[in-house]
Design a protein around this ligand. Structure first.
Ligand code: KG4
Ligand code: ZN
Length: 352
C-alpha cells in the first residue's frame, strides 16, 4: 500500500543529509513548481503567471484559472527539473498547496502532485499556503529562525501571528472584514486601475499627495484586529459623489491617501503586537509585503522601537512554489503533513 510505505520513507527522510523537495503551487493565478534543498536553497522556482489573462475581467475568474493551470503545469514542472539540472530520481518528496485558495485551481496542483508522488513512490506533503508565505522569509534570510511576530498581508488574509516555532503559531489579531490585498484590489477597480490593484496603487501613489482623509480614526482602536471595509467604502463613496457632481478626481492623490491610511493601521497594530509579545523580531509575509510604503514605514517604526524587521525578497512576496517547498521541509523534519492519495483541496484553513 502506497501510504503505509510512505510512513516509513517519511521517517527515514528526517535523518537524510540532503533532502530535495519538489513543490507545487496552484492556489490562485500562478502556476508554480520549485525544487528546494534542505528548506533554504532554491534549486529552481518557475512561476507562470496568468495575470495577463485575468486582467480583462478585472480579477481572477476561478474556472479560467483552473483551465490555465492544466495547460501550464506539465511544462512548468519540466522547466523546474531542467533549471535545477536534476531528474525525477533526485527528488525525495513532493509538496503541494492544498489550501487556502480557489478549489478548482488547487485541485490541478493536488492531482498533479498525487500522480507524481505515486509514480515516483515518494512521500506527498500537504502544505498550507499561508505557512508557505511565512517560509518565503526562510529562503530570503538563511539564518532566520522562529520565534517571531509575523504580519501576514495577502489577497486573502490579514493577520498578526506569533510564530512559536516552524510548525506552531498563535493568532494575535486578524481582519474582521476584508483582507488588505482585497481592499487594494477593490479600490483600484473603482479608480479604473487594472488588476492586480496593489502594485498599481503602490506605484501611482508615488506621484500623488495624501491630501484626502477617508477615516476619522484608525479602525478597531484598542485591539490588534484590523478592518478595511470602512476605508474601502469611504473611497467608493468619494469617487461616486465626485462623479455625480461631475467633478474631476485626482487618482494619484486618492491612491496615496488610501495607501497611507491603510499602512498607518497596519504599522500601528503590528508595533503594538510586537511590544505586547515582547518580540524584537518581526517578519512580514504575503503579497502586500511587496508594498514600498509598507516597507519604508515599518522599517522606520521598527528602528525607533528597536525591532528587527524582515521582508521577503520581492519575487518571493507573491505566490510561488519555492516557499511551499521550504515550509514542507520543516514539516518533514517534524514528521507532520504526510498526505495520502485521498488529499483534497480546502477553500479555507484556520490560521491557528
Ligand atoms: O499573497 P498573494 O500573491 O496571493 C494571496 O495569497 O492572496 O497576494 C496577492 C495580493 C493582491 O491583492 C495584490 O494586489 C497584493 O497582494 N499586492 C500588493 C502589492 N503587490 C501585490 N498590494 C500592495 N502593494 C503592492 N506592491
Ligand atoms: Zn498567496
Amino acid at each position: 500500500m502506497y501510504y503505509e510505505r510512505m510512513i516509513e520513507k517519511y521517517k527515514e527522510l528526517k535523518n537524510k543529509d540532503i533532502v530535495r523537495i519538489l513543490a507545487i503551487e496552484t492556489s490562485c493565478d500562478e502556476t508554480s513548481v520549485a525544487i528546494i534543498e534542505n528548506g533554504r536553497t532554491i534549486l529552481s522556482n518557475i512561476v507562470s503567471s496568468q495575470i495577463e489573462i485575468h486582467k480583462r475581467f478585472g480579477g481572477v475568474v476561478p474556472e479560467i484559472a483552473s483551465r490555465n493551470h492544466i495547460l501550464a503545469i506539465s511544462n512548468v514542472y519540466l522547466q523546474a527539473l531542467k533549471e535545477a539540472n536534476l531528474t525525477e530520481k533526485d527528488i525525495d518528496a513532493i509538496a503541494v498547496t492544498y489550501g487556502a485558495g480557489l478549489v478548482g485551481a488547487l485541485l490541478v496542483g493536488i492531482n498533479f502532485a498525487k500522480a507524481l508522488a505515486f509514480s515516483l513512490d515518494i512521500p506527498l506533503i500537504a502544505v498550507n499556503h499561508i505557512k508557505g508565505h511565512i517560509a518565503g522569509n526562510y529562503l530570503t534570510y538563511k539564518t532566520l529562525t522562529p520565534p517571531f511576530v509575523c504580519l501576514m498581508v495577502s489577497g486573502g488574509h490579514t493577520a498578526i501571528l506569533k510564530i512559536e516555532d516552524y510548525n506552531n503559531q498563535k493568532m494575535i489579531g486578524t481582519t474582521v472584514d476584508d483582507a488588505v490585498g482585497e481592499a487594494f484590489d477593490k479600490v483600484a477597480r473603482i479608480l479604473g486601475l487594472s488588476y492586480p490593484g496593489g502594485p498599481n496603487i503602490d506605484s501611482i501613489s508615488k506621484t500623488g499627495k495624501a491630501n484626502v482623509k477617508f477615516l476619522t480614526h484608525i479602525p478597531m482602536q484598542g485591539t490588534m484586529n484590523f478592518s478595511f471595509s470602512g476605508i474601502k467604502t469611504s473611497v467608493i463613496n468619494y469617487v461616486n459623489n465626485a462623479k455625480q457632481r461631475k467633478q474631476q478626481i485626482n487618482v494619484a492623490d486618492i491612491c496615496a491617501s488610501f495607501q497611507n491610511e491603510v499602512i498607518e493601521q497596519l504599522v500601528e497594530k503590528t508595533i503594538k503586537a510586537c511590544k505586547h509579545e515582547n518580540s524584537n523580531k518581526l517578519v512580514v509575509a504575503g503579497g502586500v509585503s511587496a508594498n514600498s510604503k509598507l516597507k519604508s514605514e515599518l522599517q522606520k517604526e521598527c528602528l525607533k522601537n528597536n525591532i528587527k524587521v524582515y521582508f521577503p525578497e520581492l519575487k518571493l512576496c507573491t505566490d510561488n512554489a519555492a516557499m511551499i517547498g521550504s515550509a514542507a521541509y520543516y514539516m518533514l523534519k517534524e514528521g507532520i503533513g504526510l498526505a495520502d492519495l485521498a488529499l483534497t483541496a480546502k477553500a479555507t484553513i484556520p490560521l491557528s
